[in-house]
Write a new protein. Structure first.
Ligand SMILES: Nc1ncnc2c1ncn2[C@@H]1O[C@H](COP(=O)(O)OP(=O)(O)OP(=O)(O)O)[C@@H](O)[C@H]1O
Ligand SMILES: Nc1ncnc2c1ncn2[C@@H]1O[C@H](COP(=O)(O)OP(=O)(O)OP(=O)(O)O)[C@@H](O)[C@H]1O
Ligand SMILES: [Mg+2]
Ligand SMILES: [Mg+2]
Lengths: 296, 255, 296, 255
């Protein structure tokens, strides 16, 4: 019967009772912030995939209105040059019909742009993750014919990435603050526990208990609190993320891709309670051991 | 052997509450410690049970020089010292039984051994009915008896008791003194701080007397030779030893 | 000397020592989340201002290539119809030169679209906050000539607002969780304090103290902790927001408008510590009063 | 007037620790309360200082029926009762001075009045040097004296003391009893639970004796008529009254 319960009534003192709640709250916030950062990362990838990963190359029509053959040869050469470029997945010459469809709104529904001297467009898809040397490609195309231009949708991509990066920075700042706060709170809670139970600790010392015997009780207590709080907080955060995702889907959002976490991202989120538990236990151990050697 | 040589003690940066204390307790001796309130009795006992370091002088406890003993060997030494604190210091969340069992538990005793010896001892001090009560629900005298039981449960080599009979009536006090004498007969060195003059008169053990932090001859009785003891009273009983089963003097009836 | 200090050593017990830190952390998180929501709101307003608030109306060229006079009359009628519509701030016929500049990339640098039968565009600016009845306008324009279309950039606006709304929802969920957590933690801390000091409280009762005398000490303690924690946490959050804004600016972000808070938004953020203080003190008071009447 | 009629008391759902208690204490009387450890002395006192309600029976404290008194009038009644707790119950974060001043402070006394009366009383109980010490740094007897000073500082109409001399030597105990007698002479009803037989023999006040939760005739001394008191000892001194300056019997020398 004396075995089941610790000698020090650690579960009873106010600081210990608060600890699971505190850790739970911090796990909630950290997991939510981390999920946010991960969702944003995936989302921004998916969104900008519609903008990045593609290039449009524009070949101006020849100055001489009738050099059809030369123009077609130029198109082929340009297409070949683009296809040779490392990192390019595919490149297609936009068919004239599509060109005309694209132009239609600008020309009016009734207009027939069939006989206009139109520039030709090459739609390029890049390989995911590859970096294409656009400057080099530009030089080579320029060599074929002056006036060939590359449009890489850069401005849009930049805006989007900057915005996402700012959001992610904020989220990661929150995670960092939580880690720091966890250390501070565990130190305070442990010191609080040491203070609240200093008489019990002195007594245990005086009847012959080793420091490790006493430290183990504090560590066990903190471990228990951290596990309880970490799991509860992360669980609540996961629930919130799922609910928000569903909510966003239910409002019929036309976002490119839902606000949901990938399976791998969930694994990352799971590291939050683990990290908190490790931080809490190590901090508690250090605090207790430091304090005990200074006692009788 | 316990020896104090020119010992001084202070709390923090305060004045010395003990000055020039020198005495020696032979193994197996039994002494009273007297003195007015605030004279320094509890402080002297704190030195003996290693709760405090002297500000000067040399202290030897159970043949260990406490100035040089490394910290990691302190628990071992402390397990040989039983203490009855003036304010009991029972753990409020543990039952009476668990409080008394604590020294055995820390010593790594099995639960069977614990159950046997603790029950026996609680019986002896008259707390069998309160075994599962928390300290908060015990009367003053019951708390004191639980504190005494915890101090003697592991058969210490040195027993230090601070006012162990302040909350019990004279009949019970005598009974508790018998317990200490029985322990003493088995080899434990005993030192009891007390205000109870009738007890000191009845149990004719030598007296250390403190006055304002210094040892002076007792007005009641000067320190007398060790062998001059009262004979064991008829109703003193032995109890078996959980930790040192082959301790000298063991072999009495079991209650 | 006995006046300066409370009778109950409230500041000393572990729960009380933790309280300012807990409230500080919660203020930090809540203020950060609220700032986030406010920044996003302002940002999304500014960003979508480039997309919303404007319409483009396209008038197709007449089927008969030579009906210049009829086409111009149609343009005038359409312009007048648009300008009559309630909620329209201004409407301009896009000059032909601008039209050609817009078309240039599609036609190639060398092409001269001067003689093409181009559709004409009317750029419409809407009055801020007004809702224009686009369906009615569409019907009226259709009556003038079939083929006139209205483009209100709806898809883009919808995407953006949905995304921002999801982020704001998450931020406000965090604020709500913080408020709830504050109540729970204060209840626990106060109960912890009551438990830690139940002997002191009993003693005060026994020597004749009124409940209000004791409750006042707890309330004062919580007020003090909440003020300390609320101000520190909100201050840290404000610092973080300012730093993030500066950081975003320093990376040369091309975001439409910096990620900074308006003065009015700062006032909103200031409500966080105040709300926390009020929540904390009321919760503490309730908890204590409830507990005291059940004691001796 | 204090009157118990057929009073029973239990803790929680436990057995009755007091049964069929009936007695009456006349205003201005002085009684001892004796009984073995665990007999129920502290429990009886808890009833008297309104820390516990009886499970049955009628209790009248200072002419108030405690069964019908509304909660908001309890503080007023409690301010007329001084209590010395068996375990002192000093506030650990307040100094000795502040602890003793607490009842005056709660009563709304000014700091000038507090300073004067507290210093005077601390002087009387021999704690002048420890006025600014925290309870943790006091010896057992010093704590007990601080607890006594706190109980008497506001000149209660009823003084209830639980083992107030368990941690002091006999000389000091006698001195403290003089303090109680002085208070008693000024009209305070006094009830003192104690184990100290020599004190009971010396101060010839009537004795209430508890045995296993019931009142029985005392083996030491059957309850004697109220007027049969020892004469005031020569060194008893009066101290002035901070709260009821015109209390009957006031007017002695100030220390
Ligand atoms: N922790 C402490 N810090 C500072 N001073 C202390 C502390 N403990 C005791 N003292 C002081 O040391 C002196 C001796 O105290 P000690 O407790 O040894 O007396 P004692 O002889 O045990 O008295 P008593 O019979 O009343 O228990 C007293 O004046 C006391 O105020
Ligand atoms: N809070 C409590 N809860 C339950 N039982 C209690 C409580 N306090 C005391 N008791 C029990 O009531 C009985 C009487 O206790 P009480 O403290 O009144 O005795 P006492 O006469 O004061 O003894 P002592 O002289 O040892 O102080 C004891 O058996 C004790 O265990
Ligand atoms: Mg002492
Ligand atoms: Mg008692």
């Amino acid at each position: 019967m004396a075995k089941r319960r610790g000698d020090i009534p650690l579960g009873n003192d106010p600081a210990s009772r608060l600890l699971p709640w505190i850790i739970g709250f911090m796990a909630f916030i950290a997991a939510l912030a981390l999920s946010g950062a991960l969702v944003l990362a995936a989302f921004s990838d998916r969104w900008s995939a519609g903008l990045t990963g593609t290039l449009t190359i524009q070949i101006p029509p020849p100055a001489a209105y009738d050099d059809e053959a030369g123009f077609e040869a130029l198109q082929k050469e340009a297409l070949a040059a683009v296809r040779r470029t490392p990192g390019v997945a595919s490149a297609t010459l936009l068919p004239l019909d599509e060109m005309r469809a694209l132009l239609k709104p600008w020309l009016g529904a009734g207009a027939d742009p069939r006989d206009l001297p139109l520039p030709r467009l090459i739609a390029v898809t890049l390989e995911a993750g590859e970096d294409v040397d656009l400057a080099d490609l530009g030089r080579r195309l320029e060599a074929l014919a002056p006036g060939i231009t590359i449009d890489d949708h850069g401005l849009w991509r930049e805006r989007l990435t900057d915005f996402m990066a700012a959001l992610q920075l904020a989220a990661l700042a929150v995670v960092a603050v939580v880690a720091l706060a966890a250390v501070v709170m565990v130190i305070f809670a442990t010191r609080g526990g040491l203070l609240a139970h200093r008489e019990s600790i002195e007594l245990l010392h005086l009847i012959g208990a080793h420091d490790r015997y006493i430290a183990a009780q504090f560590q066990g207590q903190t471990l228990f609190a951290a596990i309880k709080g970490g799991i509860a907080g992360t669980g609540m955060a996961a629930g919130t993320v799922v609910l928000l995702g569903h909510g966003a889907a239910a409002t019929g959002a036309v976002l490119p891709g839902a606000l949901v976490l990938e399976p791998m991202a969930w694994l990352w989120v799971m590291t939050v309670p683990m990290a908190l538990i490790v931080i809490a236990v190590l901090t508690a151990r250090r605090t207790v051991v430091n304090a005990l050697v200074r006692m009788v | 052997m316990i020896r104090f040589e020119n010992v001084g003690m202070r709390y923090g940066a305060g004045p010395e509450v003990l000055r020039d204390i020198s005495f020696e307790l032979k193994p197996g001796s039994f002494h009273f410690l007297t003195g007015a309130s605030g004279a320094g009795k509890s402080s002297l006992l704190r030195l003996m049970y290693l709760a405090h370091r002297p500000s000067r002088g040399l202290i030897t406890i159970l043949d260990e020089d406490i100035a040089t003993i490394p910290r990691n060997r302190l628990p071992e030494l402390r397990r040989k010292i039983g203490v009855v604190f003036q304010d009991f210091r029972l753990m409020s969340h543990l039952t009476c039984f668990e409080n008394v069992a604590l020294p055995l538990k820390i010593n790594g005793a099995g639960s069977g051994v614990i159950k046997k010896y603790v029950s026996e001892l609680l019986n002896w001090v008259g707390l069998a009915d309160q075994a599962n009560a928390r300290p908060a629900t015990l009367s003053g005298g019951q708390k004191q008896r639980a504190a005494i039981a915890r101090a003697v449960i592991s058969r210490p080599k040195l027993l230090v008791a601070d006012e162990p009979t302040g909350n019990v009536d004279d009949a019970l006090a005598v009974r508790l003194l018998f317990l200490f004498e029985e322990l003493n007969r088995q080899g434990t060195t005993v030192l009891i701080a007390t205000h109870n003059e009738s007890l000191i008169r009845r149990f004719r053990h030598p007296v250390l007397h403190l006055e304002d932090g210094q040892l002076v001859p007792s007005p009641l009785r000067p320190i007398v030779p060790l062998r001059d003891r009262a004979p064991p009273p008829p109703d003193s009983r032995r109890f078996s030893d959980p930790i040192y089963p082959d301790a000298p003097g063991e072999g009495g009836r079991h209650g």
